[in-house]
Design a protein around this ligand. Structure first.
Ligand code: ZN
Length: 401
């Protein structure tokens, strides 16, 4: 009747022998080597594995179920190591073999369309599927969206898949595409190739905070020779005078860099400051670079410059006792201590955006799902149900042994 949504990825080759298969549990304190000895299998086989595989075998935990299939004097032992890998030990007469192989599983495709009727949408989703994993997966698909804002009358639509082995769930369901409407506003979320979730425009549903320096040091490899103060003894003037900046002592010709993005608003000789440049930044901030030996050749007033770009070179022009850069920072015209700005680290929030080919791929997905979203709002979807927390079944699945 309906399209078969069941995809068989691997065949259960050993299921045909299931009459001779018996299930056991990995004992407490058992090691892989002691296990081989018990099974009468040469330990040499273990030492023949590469170190990564041996490390993986150390992951087998007490209580882990495994299978032994006996056939006359031969046997095959299957021990799951991870959700996706199993170790297969075969013994035929005197010859044995150990290999790691993917565990056969099937992928169930599920979908659900839910019209929220209560104040607890996630509980409703759980009641409809009995899958805690699906609720968890939905939170991941919308990690930066507040799912508590979903109200009565809103909708949740999910297309997902779930790996299953012998009717048991393997790992959590994976949401491929979903739509949540909150007060008529639509929030689509699509799984991209990088395993993350993006909206229709390629903006990630995740906010990353990173440490970031909005202002950089104007001279590399220098020392602070004089700090910002309202009262310091001036070595040339021989009187107390405010020092409304910071001095960085550095050799002649050391490049001077803009502390942040901005625009050159002044360039020229300014009395005591000598050859100097003033840059206007955002947030009412200005920076002054003084005592330069020379300016960067092509730099003009009005030029836009980026953070860290060279604007000139260290010198000793104006009222100066040796090569250094005097850096002044002004906030709305008032001198502030530059050391409070240089190399401060701010937390910034970033939302990743897909670009180029990745974005084009996502857009194709968006188009492909358009009709599916339309259809499901009429049918209600075809969810995968979970029984007793582990067994998976679908409504339209006929009962098999
Ligand atoms: Zn100075």
């Amino acid at each position: 009747m309906k399209k078969v949504l069941l995809t068989l990825l691997f065949m259960f080759s050993f299921d045909t022998l299931s009459l001779n298969a018996k299930s056991y549990r990995w004992e407490q304190g058992e090691t892989f080597l002691s296990f081989l000895r018990k099974q009468g299998i040469s330990q040499k086989l273990y030492y023949g594995l590469d170190s990564d595989d041996r490390e993986l075998l150390a992951e087998i935990r007490a209580g882990q179920r495994y299978t032994i299939i006996r056939r006359k004097r031969d046997k095959t032992i299957l021990i799951p190591v991870t959700d996706e890998l199993q170790v297969k030990i075969t013994k035929r007469g005197k010859r044995g073999k150990i290999i790691l192989e993917p565990i056969p599983f099937e992928v169930l495709k599920g979908s659900i369309h839910l019209k929220v009727t209560s104040r607890e949408p996630l509980k409703e989703l759980y009641r409809k599927t009995h899958s805690r994993g699906l609720v968890k997966a939905l939170k991941e698909a919308y990690s930066s969206l507040n799912l508590k804002s979903i109200k009565r009358g809103d909708t949740i639509t999910i297309f997902y898949e779930q790996k299953r082995r012998k009717k048991r769930a393997i790992s959590n369901p994976k949401i491929l595409a979903s739509l949540i409407t909150i007060g008529g506003k639509r929030y689509y979320s699509y799984l991209a190739d990088d395993g993350r979730y993006y909206d229709s425009l390629g903006r990630e549903y995740r906010v990353v905070t990173k440490r970031y320096s909005p202002y950089v040091k104007p001279v590399k490899r220098c020392r602070v020779s004089s700090r910002f103060t309202y009262k310091r003894f001036h070595p040339i003037l021989h009187r107390y005078k405010a020092h409304l900046g910071v001095d960085y002592a550095a050799p002649y010709g050391t490049p001077i860099r803009a502390i942040s993005d901005g625009k050159v608003i002044r360039k020229g000789y300014r009395g005591g400051y000598g050859k100097s440049i003033t840059v206007q930044h955002s947030k009412g901030l200005k920076s002054l670079y003084a005592h330069m030996s020379r300016y960067r050749g092509d730099l003009k007033v009005g030029d836009r410059i980026s953070k860290g770009s060279i604007i000139g070179y260290v010198g000793s022009t104006g009222r100066s006792t040796g090569p250094h850069l005097h850096l002044g920072i002004y906030k709305y015209g008032k001198a502030v201590n530059p050391e409070r700005y240089i190399n401060i680290r701010e937390k910034r929030c970033y939302v990743k955006r897909l670009k180029g080919r990745e974005l084009a791929k996502l857009k194709r997905k968006v188009v492909a799902y358009r009709a599916k979203f339309r259809r499901i709002s009429k049918t209600g979807g075809n969810p995968i149900f979970v029984k007793n927390g582990i067994y998976l079944y679908k409504k339209n699945e006929t009962k098999k042994s």
